[in-house]
Design a protein around this ligand. Structure first.
Ligand code: FAD
Ligand code: FES
Length: 253
């Protein structure tokens, strides 16, 4: 294990719901918070022995002063259901920080696009990235974190049911704006990333896409999270190690 990532117990400083089945959890661990970079993730270990594999969750915010990181997650299956019951003051076993993270291109016109539970890692990105920012957030129905993005740039919201903001997806919303984009960053479901990849390649816009794959070890040892790339020397890359962030021209979605 490299010196920058550790497996450690972290103290749960704050844990509350942000909406239906969506929770925020601030956890404190100096080694993890000090080394954390934008777009990286951590792996959470459950206490129930039947759930051996750690669950990957993106780093939503980093507070180096308090040695803590914020995670925002949706209850999906048994592991995240278990974690949602942990209370403030308890400890949780965490491995991280993991993955490569985003490469920040400052002082440009940046478009940041998030879908669903791909939105959380974009908050720290928007906080750290300098320059003009246009932030497109796509939700199924209920919003979370949207108001927090407003301090960092212009926010455009799309919901599938049209309950709030634009009815439809972030891609149609982006096309309507006709922006001159220098750099694009995105995280979300594969269909959305594929549409963004096509748009970026067709319009020669540099884009960084954070890709999600099912994971087992989280540290590059099991090859369980392979995705195909156009790199001839290393065709199959590990999302947990060489990713989760890939260039649009590099990854096959
Ligand atoms: C790099 C990365 C970052 C992520 N960040 C977030 C986040 O910030 N917030 C959030 O809500 N979700 C995030 N996810 C998805 C999250 O990891 C899964 O929802 C979670 O692992 C499901 O675990 P479970 O025990 O609740 O579900 P189960 O279905 O019981 O999980 C069974 C197994 O499959 C794995 N698994 C299931 N779905 C996924 C998935 N989509 N990705 C990876 N492994 C999966 C689990 O880790 C576990 O080992 C991220 C996934 C990846 C790969
Ligand atoms: S999850 Fe094991 S190599 Fe990525």
């Amino acid at each position: 294990m490299s010196s920058s990532k550790v497996k450690a117990s972290a103290k749960i400083k704050k844990h509350q719901t942000l909406g239906t089945d969506v929770y925020e959890m601030w956890i404190e661990n100096k080694a993890i918070a000090d080394n954390a970079k934008v777009g990286q993730f951590v792996a959470l270990y459950c206490r129930d022995g039947s759930r051996l594999l750690p669950r990957p969750i993106s780093i939503c915010e980093i507070n180096k002063a308090t040695h803590s990181i914020r995670l925002v997650y949706r209850v999906f299956g048994a592991g995240t259901q278990e974690v949602s019951c942990y209370v403030e003051g308890e400890l949780i076993d965490v491995l991280g920080p993991l993955g490569n993270g985003f490469d920040l291109k400052d002082n440009q016109v940046s478009v940041i696009m998030g879908g669903g539970i791909g939105i959380p890692p974009l908050l720290e990105l928007c906080k750290q990235l300098k320059g003009e920012k246009h932030i497109f957030l796509g939700y199924r129905d209920t919003l979370f974190l949207a108001d927090e993005f407003e301090q960092y740039g212009k926010v455009y919201v799309a919901t599938e049911d049209g309950n709030v903001g634009h009815k439809g997806n972030v891609m149609t919303l982006l096309k309507e704006q006709n922006l001159k984009i220098d750099q694009l960053y995105a995280c979300g479901p594969k269909g959305m990333l594929k549409a963004i990849q096509d748009y970026a390649l067709n319009n020669t816009i540099p884009a960084q896409l954070s890709v999600e794959e099912k994971m087992a070890c989280g540290i590059g040892a099991c090859l369980g999270c392979i995705c195909e790339t156009k790199d001839e020397t290393m065709k199959n890359k590990r999302v947990c190690k060489e990713g989760p962030v890939f260039l649009a021209e590099e990854v096959a979605l």
